[in-house]
Design a protein around this ligand. Sequence first.
Ligand code: NAP
Length: 279
Amino acid sequence: MALILDGKAVAAAYKAKIKAKVDALAAQNITCGLAILLVGNDAASRIYADRLVKLATGLGVQAVVRHLPADATEEEVLALVCELNEDDHIHGILPMMPLPPHLATDRVAAALAPDKDVDALHPLNAGLVATGKSRWAPCTPRAVMAILDYYQIDVSGKHAVVIGRSNVVGKPLAHLLLGQNATVTVCHSKTRDLAALTRQADVIVAAVGRPALIGPDMVRPGAVVIDVGINEVNGAVVGDVDYDAVFPIAGAITPVPGGVGAVTTVMVVEAALRSFGDL
Ligand code: NAP
């Protein structure tokens, strides 16, 4: 029976620290501002953006969604990024991904002011994370590390197998785990015999977007299983791990929902506060 790694408990600990920071800023008449840049009508992005606004506002951070239509031109998007970069009331900018296909994600990322770049999308921030020079990695990898830290799971010397190599989850997470002295294997869609690799893992992180990709035959008894995936199956939200089947084998496991996602949203608010120093 696995220890359930409760994202809500981790989030609560961070929320308390964020609130203390926000209150200290308020005493100096400073309000932190977060801008969420939403282009188009992707329903999941809209729901996520609204959830972020509710969370941030509840913590005393002024959050706004800046919405552009799905057919907004690159010039219009870059102009809005520029406006937010220059707005002294905005301390963090989060462009919701994916952007509509006619927009170049790289150019939008490169237009962000690096010190307001909540999800470390700017190449400078991605490079600093890759070279171990910045702890401000994208919010989801930081959420994974926050869960490990909260439950005092030391990864030093352990074999961590990360499944997924996106720039916003898998790759930066691999760098953060390396920074904590894990031995890291990064898997992806072209990996041969994924199960042979995951069975060697002390820590498995699944960040793919495929329900039940990780089954019980792929998990070494006692392994720590972190499920980043978010999938909808028959109206229910599930991760990439076959939770019920893996639960009796794993040493510890994150649920979906209530695992990594619950911490990621809090990491967004924390990142908006980064220009005011650590929590
Ligand atoms: P992504 O950009 O689509 O990347 C998916 C990765 O999975 C790619 O590297 C892909 O390999 C790999 N992959 C696909 N099929 C595979 C297979 N059969 N075996 C092994 N690897 C495979 O997605 P993402 O943005 O990283 O997000 C991953 C998942 O996490 C999604 O479900 C997303 O909704 C979720 N997510 C959750 C949170 C949270 O807070 N919980 C935050 C962000 C994302 P290739 O590189 O070879 O294509």
